[in-house]
Design a protein around this ligand. Structure first.
Ligand SMILES: [Zn+2]
Length: 155
């Protein structure tokens, strides 16, 4: 399912991309009218904290998920309860531009990766648009741990 986060949900959009969801995040210059039009035309689930926008989406028969909290972890767990993560899709999309990532061979990219990361990680991905490299860092692992706790209870 393709997603569209409203402009107040930038961090949420970034993490949804990390989890592999095709997620559009319009900036604050995109008005509500345009946001609703994109959601409708591209059949995206609108994720919003804006009550008025949610009401308008419902009237226009656009699928909408209203989030109530400003806490990122709680937002993520609410979204992921509605649309489950497909583990195969994790880290397949650029967090900056939403482009699908390419898997790259470790031996070819040594000069682009911090030494410590290069020593400890084996899988790397590249965004061909932003030229940004990705790997499963500790930041990502910490987040997964928090999400798993929320979704499955403390282990
Ligand atoms: Zn990118």
């Amino acid at each position: 399912m393709k997603l569209l986060c409203d402009h107040m949900l930038g961090s949420l959009a970034k993490w949804l991309r990390i989890f592999g969801f095709d997620t559009i995040y319009p900036d604050s210059t995109t008005d509500d009218e345009a946001v609703l039009r994109i959601a409708k035309n591209e059949k995206r689930l609108l994720i919003s904290r804006d009550k008025e926008l949610i009401q308008r989406a419902k009237k226009a028969r656009i699928s909408v998920l209203g989030v109530k909290t400003t806490n990122l972890i709680e937002q993520l767990s609410q979204v992921l309860t509605t649309i489950p993560i497909n583990e195969k899709n994790i880290l397949t999309r650029c967090t900056l531009c939403n482009t699908p990532l390419l898997s790259v061979e470790k031996k070819n990219i040594k000069e682009h990766i911090p030494e410590k990361v290069f020593k400890t990680r084996n899988e790397f991905w590249l965004c061909s648009v932003c030229h940004k490299y990705y790997w499963m860092g500790t930041h990502y692992e910490n987040m997964m741990e928090k999400i798993n706790k929320l979704l499955h209870g403390p282990s």
